[in-house]
Design a protein around this ligand. Structure first.
Ligand SMILES: C[S@@+](CC[C@H](N)C(=O)[O-])C[C@H]1O[C@@H](n2cnc3c(N)ncnc32)[C@H](O)[C@@H]1O
Ligand SMILES: Nc1nc2[nH]cc(C(=O)O)c2c(=O)[nH]1
Ligand code: SF4
Ligand SMILES: [Mg+2]
Length: 210
């Protein structure tokens, strides 16, 4: 049980339920191939049935840690910090990104956009989910849109979401991992017919790194 005092700090974003932190290579999207330090924050109620980090969902299983400690760790490893989860926008991301920016670090976020955008971000990867659509200004702010393709209908969903982002937003289709063999040929064909889209793969899984 976490005390009420600590819950208040979590609600202010000065403590966060940290699941894990690791230095790796960004596997997905525009920055794939770039070394980055990942901060995985617990807590998500979006409920994607194919989510590859379901252990992140229950915030209560991830003890709250002060953002000062998270920032101090991050500075030791990389200039590029990717904040992911869970759904990081479950929490107020302003204290964390203020701390990271004060250390001159590049702040990237991986988000479904299901909750209001908080924090100061150099790069926003928006990966919208049908069961809890993005809210508010994030469509205009996203640098990349990364739609997960699990079945044929997801191409229609991808186009609906692409209609909502800015002109310069880079568009990616990423196969859902468990059905990649079935969906990759369809994604390849779709991207060749609709070249505004690019393919994104979870390259870290092929490299056997976190
Ligand atoms: C685990 S999520 C955490 C961040 C945030 N909740 C979100 O969904 O964007 C990180 C990224 O992995 C993607 N992802 C999750 N499970 C996946 C799977 N089984 N196959 C492919 N991509 C997946 C998500 O769409 C998202 O882009
Ligand atoms: N290497 C690596 N790249 C990633 N890009 C997005 C990830 C995520 O889970 O948010 C992820 C991840 O878990 N590992
Ligand atoms: S929104 Fe992200 S963390 Fe949450 S269930 Fe979906 S893929 Fe997993
Ligand atoms: Mg991942």
């Amino acid at each position: 049980m976490v005390s009420e005092e600590i819950m208040d700090l979590v609600n202010q974003g000065t403590m966060l339920p940290l699941m894990e932190e690791f230095y790796t290579i960004q596997g997905e999207g525009y920055h794939k191939g770039t070394a980055a330090y990942f901060i995985r924050v617990g807590g998500c109620d979006v409920g994607c049935h194919w989510c590859d980090v379901k252990e992140s969902w229950n915030a209560e299983t991830h003890p709250p840690i002060s953002v000062d400690a998270i920032v101090e760790n991050a500075t030791k490893h990389s200039d590029t910090i990717v904040v992911t989860g869970g759904e990081p926008l479950t929490w107020d991301m302003n204290p964390l990104t203020q701390g990271l920016k004060a250390q001159n670090l590049q702040t990237h976020i991986e988000t479904s956009g299901a909750y209001p955008l908080t924090g100061t971000w150099d790069w926003i990867c928006l990966s919208p989910k049908k069961n809890k659509l993005p809210v508010g200004e994030i469509y205009n702010k996203a640098h990349e849109l990364k739609v997960i393709i699990y079945n044929k209908h997801d191409f229609i969903f991808a186009e609906e979401q692409a209609a909502k982002v800015s002109q310069d937003c880079i568009l990616y289709l990423q196969p859902e991992w468990s059905v990649r063999e079935k969906m990759i040929p369809q994604i390849v064909e779709y991207v060749m017919k609709n070249p505004k889209w690019k393919v994104s793969l979870q390259t870290h899984k092929y490299l056997n790194i976190p």
